[in-house]
Design a protein around this ligand. Structure first.
Ligand SMILES: [Zn+2]
Length: 170
């Protein structure tokens, strides 16, 4: 496989192929040390960009350091990652032409609410974010809950202010 890392139209650097790749080809492994989610959170607390890949056990991530870690997100990807026996491989979703940038759907999850993880992939059906559909639903629910809690708090504050006023009048 001849993959190269160079400047990407999507974001910073990207991963490109010099040769045609047939659909379903097992292209490259997402390599890097395995660390726990907790370790990763500590290590990258203030990082703006990480190359973490969440494993199916939801307890570990790969701290990506190979070429695959340079692959960008796309909402209309030509590749797809798959975990096989604890190792993550990138597969071709379709035939890919030489010179094409390889990208897969990051389907990010567990993001902070103030982090929108915007997407600039330029696909017609771009979600505008790299979060998964499931994560978007989770975030919407969480936002609603927080707004409701805020309203309740404000209402309680109003009520106690009113009661204070009443108490003063007496
Ligand atoms: Zn997109």
């Amino acid at each position: 496989m001849s993959l190269v890392v160079r400047r990407s139209k999507i974001h910073n650097a990207g991963c490109y192929t010099n040769r045609p790749i047939k659909k379903d080809t097992q292209i490259i492994e997402y390599t890097g040390p395995r660390i726990t989610v907790r370790e990763a959170n500590r290590k990258y607390k203030n990082a703006t960009r990480t190359y973490l890949f969440g494993l199916d056990d939801e307890k570990h991530v790969i701290d990506g350091e190979g070429i695959a870690a340079f692959m960008n997100h796309s909402c209309d990807p030509n590749c797809e990652p798959d975990e096989i026996g604890g190792r993550v491989w990138i597969f071709a979703l379709r035939d890919i032409k030489p010179g094409e940038e390889l990208a897969y759907d990051y389907s990010l999850y567990d993001g902070e609410l103030d982090d929108e993880s915007p997407c600039y992939c330029g696909a017609k059906k771009c979600r505008g974010t790299m979060y998964s559909e499931w994560e978007l639903k989770r975030r919407a629910k969480l936002r609603k809950k927080m707004a409701l809690a805020k309203k309740k708090k404000a209402a309680a504050r109003k009520k106690s202010a009113k009661e204070k006023k009443r108490a003063k009048k007496k």
